[in-house]
Design a protein around this ligand. Structure first.
Ligand SMILES: CC(=O)SCCNC(=O)CCNC(=O)[C@H](O)C(C)(C)COP(=O)(O)OP(=O)(O)OC[C@H]1O[C@@H](n2cnc3c(N)ncnc32)[C@H](O)[C@@H]1OP(=O)(O)O
Length: 409
């Protein structure tokens, strides 16, 4: 089999994207979704593998800026749209695209590559570590009540058409990004994602609705959601489905959740993607009836170990030498001395003896502060070579705020 791997030509987009849809089962996306992804595709960063006229492999990358501990926004490749035709699977096509892509990312000078995986087992071999989690809650609002911090009653709530307040919501979102590692600053065009509401995805729920929270005429929060009505012989049991919710302060946040809990004719609130340390969990009266499910979300790959480790800060002083294994990107292999604290960091090559040994995958998992090096060591994935180095590094790498990716890509 001879195949040809090349950068995507704009004219080939429909064939290329069609191949991706087939790799994902062959259900065509709505025109609304297709238009959005067409507009967001960065052609010069997208790869296709061709067998004659047939596209048999796809992979793309978005130019993201990712919030990291300390609040910096780091240039990162958002790896996306990966698919290989079932006729050509398990012959190394994905591997060839990952090879080319990581070389390109390095050449662009982006220290990180990130992705969300269709299956978490795929990307570890390429050096990605599962770095963030997302939480689904399905709350029985007939049994769970919410506490209201001072000021909750002073927040004014108002229904609006989502498109009418979109710019203000985006501005509020932008203020939230650097407060939580794992969030991405929305690049031009990405603001449309929040309004994406294809009929085919609604599954009986209403079109997207929006309620804004205001204080003294200023926007202090918003929630976008849908309501899925349901009835049985006993009466109504509709469900409120939260798309996204952001607020600038605890009172606004509580007011928005209280609104969602109180919508008439509903008995549950479901939010599919919340951070695992969501303040919501501190507001509810009964966490057992919130039916919490946690899964992996953002996978992180350090493309340039030195630059990546220098781009974030550390919540306690550290001075450790890592022995890094990276068979897929061997330029990262070897010993690195990382020194840093809350103000900044330096990471340089060294010949000194190593304090901790690990692969680049573990560094990726720990990078945003959501997975502790100590827990990775407990699984045998990090080895402590100098007594005390594990705790020192693990504490320093931690984050006061759980890293979280608010939307897929
Ligand atoms: C960021 C994103 O877009 S995530 C979306 C990923 N895409 C999908 O899930 C769509 C459906 N699946 C596919 O398109 C393909 O099966 C892919 C892309 C997952 C894999 O493509 P392939 O060309 O078959 O992968 P390739 O042959 O390079 O495999 C490399 C290695 O990964 C392993 N591997 C690949 N996919 C999987 C998988 N889903 N589960 C377990 N192992 C896998 C292979 O067995 C192989 O292992 P080996 O090196 O030990 O032999």
């Amino acid at each position: 089999m001879t195949t040809d791997l090349r950068v995507l030509a704009k004219a080939d987009w429909d064939t290329w994207y069609g191949a991706l849809e087939v790799a994902f089962g062959g259900v065509a996306e709505s025109a609304e979704e297709r238009d959005l992804w067409r507009a967001l595709t960065e052609h010069d960063r997208s790869l296709g593998v061709w067998d004659g006229d047939a596209c048999v492999g796809t992979a793309g990358a978005f130019s993201f800026r990712l919030a990291v501990p300390g609040g910096a926004l780091v240039e990162s490749a958002g790896v996306t749209m990966v698919g290989v035709a079932a006729t050509h699977r398990r012959r190394g096509i994905l591997t060839s695209m990952m090879r080319r892509q990581l070389d390109d990312v390095r050449a662009l000078g982006e220290p990180l590559a990130v992705l969300t995986a269709s299956e978490p087992v795929i990307y570890g071999r390429f050096g990605y570590g599962a770095a963030t989690r997302q939480m689904k809650v399905d709350i029985d609002t007939t049994r769970v009540s919410l506490s209201a911090p001072p000021g909750t009653d002073d927040v004014r709530l108002r229904y609006v058409r989502p498109a009418d307040v979109h710019e203000d919501c985006e501005a509020l979102y932008a203020r939230r990004v650097t407060a939580r590692p794992g969030m991405t600053a929305r690049q031009p065009g990405w603001e449309r994602l929040g309004l994406l509401d294809p009929q085919s995805e609604r599954n009986g729920a209403s079109p997207l609705q929006c309620v804004v929270a205001e204080r003294a005429g200023e926007l202090v929060g918003y929630v976008r959601f849908a309501v899925k009505p349901d009835w049985d012989y006993q009466g109504p049991k509709g469900s409120v489905q939260v798309h996204d919710i952001e607020a600038l302060d605890p009172a606004a946040y509580a007011a928005l959740w209280r609104f969602l809990f109180d919508i008439d004719l509903t008995s549950s609130v479901v939010a599919r993607n919340r951070p695992t340390d969501d303040a919501l969990l501190q507001l509810v009266s009964d966490i057992r009836r919130c039916d919490i499910t946690v899964r992996d979300s953002l996978h992180v790959r350090l493309v340039e170990v030195g630059a990546a480790l220098e781009a974030r800060t550390y919540q306690a002083p550290l001075d450790v030498v890592f022995e890094v294994e990276d068979t897929f990107c061997p330029w990262n292999e070897g010993r690195w001395r990382l020194t840093g604290d809350t103000k900044g960091a330096s990471c340089e090559r060294t010949d000194d003896a190593a304090d901790l040994a690990l692969s680049v995958r573990e560094l990726g998992a720990a990078y945003l502060g959501g997975v502790s090096l100590t827990s990775l060591a407990g699984a045998g994935r990090v080895r402590e070579l100098r007594r005390g180095a594990l705790t020192e590094a693990s504490v320093a790498f931690g984050s006061d705020t759980e890293p979280w990716l608010p939307h897929g890509f």
